[in-house]
Design a binder for this molecule. Structure first.
Ligand code: C5P
Length: 298
């Protein structure tokens, strides 16, 4: 008789988008207070998590493997260790991270991977976390980790820990463009200047992509100017997206450098993707659905 296959839990870590991001204040510890609408895109990293007797190890594969160190700073390892400590478990795990999204790019990246690790290990170890236990652990790993853990469209407040479900977003497509420049989040927050913005939440569930774009056009990503000052390519990406036929709105996500264009249909979005990839061979360009709820993604 052959031994049973060791159990593997596969989870996805979808790209997070800040549909708008207002910086509304600053805490004494230097963290910024935000008002942001978070949604997700149907494109993701993939994590496979297996039992291991003691230690935690991570192997990074995929298109962007080279940019992610598999050392102690890796957020996936930190998430795994934090969860084991929280439950005083002696288990280890081996995690394979298929890095398909560009790192340090405003799409959640390491935060999404950390949140996915918490989910996968909760399943692998049959844990039953109480209420906010995982969210509290998530916040210690990074300001975006709770939103990625919640995995559904939400208004984000505080530094990232206050999450309120958003109205249902309409079917829409996004074209994601990263110019291949990594912009460190602390540098972008540090370079932001000017007065703080007001919160700008809305209660309407936009009827279609055009209405969503109208609502977002009245809002901004307050980190855009700072990101452009550090990486002028961000300005080129926004301008290129704005010229694509069918594009309703172009914005940067998070602290950049990835930007997204919103499109009402997959045909126009695919055309734009092909045309941008052709005109800018050095850019990472992908088409994806806009998602309300990552629980429905594969
Ligand atoms: O929490 P995370 O590691 O994702 O944040 C990286 C850095 O970005 C922080 O150290 C801080 O400089 C900046 N940041 C901020 N305000 C936030 C989130 C991040 O100033 N709400």
């Amino acid at each position: 008789m052959t031994a049973p296959e060791p159990k593997v839990v596969r989870v996805t870590a979808p790209a997070k988008l800040n549909l708008y991001l207002h910086v509304v204040g600053k805490r004494a510890d230097g963290y910024h207070l935000l008002d942001s609408l978070i949604a997700f895109a149907g494109i993701h990293d993939v994590l496979d998590v297996r039992h291991a007797s003691r230690d935690f190890t991570v192997e990074v594969i995929g298109e962007f493997a080279a940019s992610v160190p598999a050392d102690e700073d890796n957020l996936v390892l930190r998430a795994a260790r934090a969860l084991a400590e929280e439950y005083r478990l002696e288990h280890g795990a081996h995690i394979t991270l298929n890095k398909r999204l560009p790192p340090a790019s405003g799409m959640g990246g390491g935060s999404a991977d950390a949140a996915a690790t918490l989910k996968a290990l909760t399943g692998l170890w049959n844990l039953d976390p109480r209420g906010d236990q995982l969210l509290e652990l998530a916040l210690q790993l990074g300001a975006d980790v709770p939103a990625c853990l919640m995995g559904r469209a939400a208004f984000m407040g505080g530094i990232g820990e206050e999450l309120v479900p958003a109205p249902t977003l309409p079917p829409a497509w996004v074209v994601l463009v990263n110019p291949g420049v990594e912009v460190p989040t602390p540098a972008v927050f540090g370079a932001r200047s000017g007065p703080f913005s007001q919160g700008a939440r809305f209660s309407e569930a936009p009827a279609d992509a055009a209405r969503l774009a109208e609502l977002l056009a009245e809002r901004r990503n307050d980190l855009t100017d700072a990101a452009v000052a550090i990486a002028p390519e961000v300005g080129l990406v926004l301008a290129a997206l704005e010229t694509c036929p069918g594009n309703l709105l172009a914005r940067m996500t998070g602290s950049g450098a990835t930007c997204f264009g919103i499109f009402p249909d997959v045909g126009a979005a695919t055309q734009a993707t092909m045309s941008l990839a052709r005109s800018h061979p050095g850019w990472w360009v992908k088409v994806a659905s806009l998602e309300n709820d990552t629980g429905k993604l594969g």
